[in-house]
Design a protein around this ligand. Structure first.
Ligand SMILES: [Fe+2]
Length: 294
C-alpha cells in the first residue's frame, strides 16, 4: 500500500513537473512577425530602422520579459515577496516594451496614411474639432516627450471620449492611464535617429503617411459595437457572433498590463489586424469567440 502511495506521489510529482513545463512553454512570449517587409514603409521609415527596431530592440524586450517572468514565477512559488517587488520595474519595462511595439507594428502599413473613416472619424471630429486638429495636437504632445517614450491616441471607456496622451519610457498606455490604445507613435531615438538624426518633428510628421487607420478603427470596434457607443446611439450587435462584444470582445481586447495579464498574452490578443492564431481560426471574430470560450 505504501509502495503504491509512493508511486502515486512520484507519478503526481512527474505530472506536475510536466504540466509546469507545458504551462511555462505556453506562457513564453514571442516576437510577432510583421505583415509587411522591412523596406515597405520607405521613404518614411527606412528598412534599416525597421530591421533593427523589430529584430533587435523588440526582440530584446521579448527575451527579457520571458526571463523576468520566469524569475517572477520562481519568486511566487517561494512566496518571496521581496523579489517579486524587485522585479516589478523590469516587468513594467520589458512587458511594456513588448506590448507597445506589438501594437506599433499593427498601427503602421505601407498602404496607410490619409484619414480614418466611419465612426472613428466621427469621434475624432467630435472630440478634437477636426482630423487636422487631432493630428496637430497628437504631433505636438508626441514631439514634446522628454527623453524616450510614446505618444498615443486612446479611448477613455469611462467618458466614452478619445484622448491624447504621452507615456515615458516603455510605460504601457492602458496599464498607466487606463486608456485603450488606438494609435501609438514610438519616439525612442532607435525609432528614427538613423534616418532623421535629432530632428524628431520630421519623423513624427512623416509617420502619418504610414498610419494604418483601418487597424485603429478595428481596435475601437468593440466600443462602436458595444454598449459604449460614443455617440450615445443604440447598440449594435457583432457582425458574426450576433452578440454584444462589450462582455466578451472587450475582455479579450484588454491589453495586458499586469503580471497576471502578461502571462495570458499571446500574439493576436492585442487589438490589431487579423493575425494567424494558434487555433487556426478563420476570422478575427470567430477567433475571439473560440478563445473566450476555451
Ligand atoms: Fe521602439
Amino acid at each position: 500500500m505504501l509502495c503504491r502511495a509512493g508511486q502515486i506521489r512520484r507519478c503526481a510529482a512527474s505530472l506536475s513537473h510536466t504540466i509546469s513545463k507545458v504551462a511555462a512553454s505556453r506562457q513564453k512570449h514571442t516576437l510577432p512577425d510583421l505583415t509587411y517587409d522591412y523596406g515597405a514603409l520607405e521613404p518614411y521609415v527606412s528598412a534599416e530602422i525597421m530591421q533593427l527596431h523589430h529584430s533587435k530592440h523588440h526582440a530584446t524586450y521579448v527575451n527579457n520579459l520571458n526571463v523576468t517572468e520566469e524569475k517572477y514565477q520562481e519568486a511566487l512559488a517561494k512566496g518571496d515577496v521581496t523579489t517579486q517587488v524587485a522585479l516589478q520595474p523590469a516587468l513594467k519595462f520589458n512587458g511594456g516594451g513588448h506590448i507597445n511595439h506589438t501594437i506599433f507594428w499593427t498601427n503602421l502599413s505601407p498602404n496607410g496614411g490619409g484619414e480614418p473613416q466611419g465612426e472613428l472619424m466621427e469621434a475624432i471630429k467630435r472630440d478634437f474639432g477636426s482630423f487636422q486638429k487631432m493630428k496637430e495636437k497628437m504631433s505636438a504632445v508626441t514631439v514634446a516627450v522628454q527623453g524616450s517614450g510614446w505618444g498615443w491616441l486612446g479611448f477613455d471607456k469611462d467618458s466614452g471620449r478619445l484622448r491624447i496622451a504621452a507615456c515615458a519610457n516603455q510605460d504601457p498606455l492602458q496599464g498607466t492611464t487606463g486608456l485603450t490604445p488606438l494609435l501609438g507613435i514610438d519616439v525612442w531615438e532607435h525609432a528614427y535617429y538613423l534616418q532623421y538624426k535629432n530632428v524628431r518633428p520630421d519623423y513624427v510628421k512623416a509617420i502619418w503617411n504610414v498610419v494604418n487607420w483601418e487597424n485603429s478603427q478595428h481596435s475601437a470596434d468593440p466600443f462602436w459595437l458595444g454598449t459604449q457607443d460614443v455617440r450615445g446611439k443604440k447598440l449594435k450587435r457583432n457582425r458574426e457572433t450576433g452578440g454584444y462584444p462589450n462582455t466578451g470582445a472587450l475582455k479579450y481586447n484588454k491589453v495586458p498590463s499586469s503580471a497576471a495579464d502578461l502571462t495570458s498574452l499571446w500574439d493576436g490578443a492585442i487589438p490589431g489586424p487579423k493575425r494567424p492564431c494558434p487555433k487556426s481560426c478563420s476570422s478575427w471574430w470567430s477567433c475571439r469567440r473560440k478563445s473566450i470560450n476555451t
